[in-house]
Write a protein that binds this ligand. Structure first.
Ligand SMILES: [Zn+2]
Length: 349
């Protein structure tokens, strides 16, 4: 999923996303509730119509933002009180109010409201947050079932498996969630938030063994190429990450041979496209030398072209992964892909 937190995949319009092969995009209930307001979007026909994207949309509930971005006031069993990061006003999120916001927005997939904690949290805080998230899920389900869809299509509520980097907590959360309801998909949260990679991969192994294999699994907030491949290897179907557009705005480019930074002097007269095997609109038309010139001159087209290329690159990567799975060749394909990708990254950060 391309990330369009504020109902826009930064600098790209929906037609360009479709042409890049993007299938689904993600928006954020916390941000859209604060501005322009989910009630306004509801009056204007819902998120699909508001942003003119007719493909599937997923809204994150804002759990992550409330606990990371906003100035927290209180966390209680009932819900969370916080200050808006935009105007400082006091707001209150409960599982019930977040379900109302996500009904207003009208995304196809809506996430539960969950209690998110830092990646390295101790077992006691991780248990507290994970168990609260399961209790909040039951309230989300109850509220979601009571509220009718507003915009003429069904929505799916996805639960989020939390539990930090603790095997037993992850297993317990997955068991409680699968016992609660027959969900149409499952999300894995609280990873890629500062923990070591081997811990993340271990949690994916644990959680994916515990979730039903015939439902999509969504690994939240993960989206670098190597993480996508390691996630797919462990059974993940859906990903989202701001990396392709955020990196694109900083001059950083995904290529089959690793990442490169277009601002470096070595690309000053380089007539090759960003990636010779890419067929995006940026690679089809422009040289590295030209795009470097755009960046050095602070021209906005440079950021747009790199955002477009990076989104296209990840979408194409996932398409290739699906083809390799269908042929029963995922292991060999992914080893070859990663070897080449790691062969010469000229930036590592
Ligand atoms: Zn390209």
């Amino acid at each position: 999923m391309a990330v369009g937190t504020l109902a826009t995949v930064k600098s790209l319009d929906p037609r360009e996303l479709r042409e890049a092969g993007a299938q689904m995009i993600l928006a954020n209930a916390y941000h859209l509730h604060l501005r322009p307001g989910d009630d306004l979007i509801a009056r204007l026909g819902g998120l699909h119509r508001f942003m003119r994207w007719d493909g599937p949309i997923l809204t994150d509930s804002g759990g992550f933002q409330v606990f990371s971005l906003a100035q927290l006031r209180t966390v209680a069993e009932e819900g969370v009180e916080f200050r808006s990061h935009i105007d400082g006003s006091t707001r209150r999120f409960t599982p019930e109010s977040v379900m109302e916001i996500e009904r207003n927005l009208g995304a196809d997939v809506v996430m539960q409201f969950d209690h998110v904690i830092p990646g390295q949290s101790d077992p006691a805080s991780a248990r507290d947050a994970s168990e609260r998230s399961v209790r909040w899920l039951a309230r989300c389900l109850e509220a979601f079932s009571r509220l009718e869809p507003m915009h003429g299509h069904q929505q799916s509520l996805f639960p989020i498996v939390q539990g930090g980097i603790h095997d037993d907590l992850r297993r317990e959360a997955a068991a409680a969630i699968t016992a609660m309801h027959d969900w149409s998909g499952y999300a894995i949260g609280g990873l890629s938030v500062g923990e070591a990679k081997p811990d993340m991969y271990r949690m994916l192994d644990v959680v994916n063994q515990a979730l039903p294999s015939d439902r999509p699994r969504y690994l939240m907030g993960v989206g670098f190429p190597e993480d996508l491949i390691e996630g797919v290897r462990r059974g993940v179907d859906l990903f989202d990450c701001v990396a392709p557009t955020r990196m694109g705005r900083n001059g950083s480019v995904f290529t089959s041979d690793g990442r490169l930074n277009i601002k470096r002097a070595e690309y000053r007269s380089d007539e090759r496209p960003l990636d010779e095997s890419c067929d995006c609109a940026a690679c089809a038309q422009f040289s590295r030398a030209y795009i470097r010139h755009l960046f050095v001159s602070d021209e906005m087209l440079g950021m747009r072209l790199l955002s477009l290329h990076n989104v296209h690159f990840l979408v194409a990567l996932m398409r290739a992964a699906r083809a390799a799975i269908a042929k029963g060749e995922f292991d060999a394909w992914s080893r070859r892909w990663l070897d080449r990708y790691h062969s010469r990254s000229d930036i590592l950060a």
